[in-house]
Design a protein around this ligand. Sequence first.
Ligand code: 4GX
Length: 243
Amino acid sequence: MIRIDVLTLFGEMFDSPLNFSIIKRGRQSGLIDIVLSNIRDFAKDSYKKVDDKPYGGGAGMVLMCQPVLDCLEHVQKQDARPGRVILLTPQGKKFDQPTAKELAAQQRIILIAGHYEGFDERIRIAAGAEEISIGDYVLSGGELPAMVIIDAIVRLLPGALGDEDSAANDSFSDGLLEYPQYTRPEEFKGLKVPDVLLSGNHKEIEKWRKRQAIEKTNENRPDLLHKYKKQSRDSNGAVKKIQ
Ligand code: 4GX
């Protein structure tokens, strides 16, 4: 069972997302153990102070080394597995599906979510931590990124999804966005389901879906299409035929 620790000042933020749907089932069925720890419990003074002004000046506050590192030491002692320590910051390596797969193969992960202007850099160094960003925008804290990462990991664990769902069919599993889907009725306010999907011709349906996936990727994410073309080259370096 994979263990995910989250060090945060706002544990209540996790209550709802961790108790629904796939994550809830994953926790109930013993696929995953999620442990929240409150950094403030490790503050030393009577004000429970965990942050201070930045050296060199500037706006905002910085999370102090002592409460974060004491909290980390406390959770690391609870389990023999040391775990990969991850700080959620906009300065980190960009989170993506390959990273989710890599993390889903770990035994233990420790996520540290800050809520102020940043962490004292020595937290990263002393903890031997890596930094991960979920995208190029600024959030008010690392809690939502931690939940995003947990969600992406849990659904990859064997047995987390129902039989009918498969992580192998996801967007990104072959480097392309997913093709468009349709369900009943065949016509809605004059908008028809493409004929090919009603044809029963599986070969033609597959070709149509592939073509649609390529068009969608070209339109919305040309950066992904460049990667896809690279990976689709054969051993002689020629681009494999895209049908
Ligand atoms: N992907 N934020 C972290 C506070 C902070 C800033 C610097 C440590 C160092 C974010 C993101 C993100 C906002 C989380 C600032 N803590 N995290 N927070 N995008 O924007 O991961």
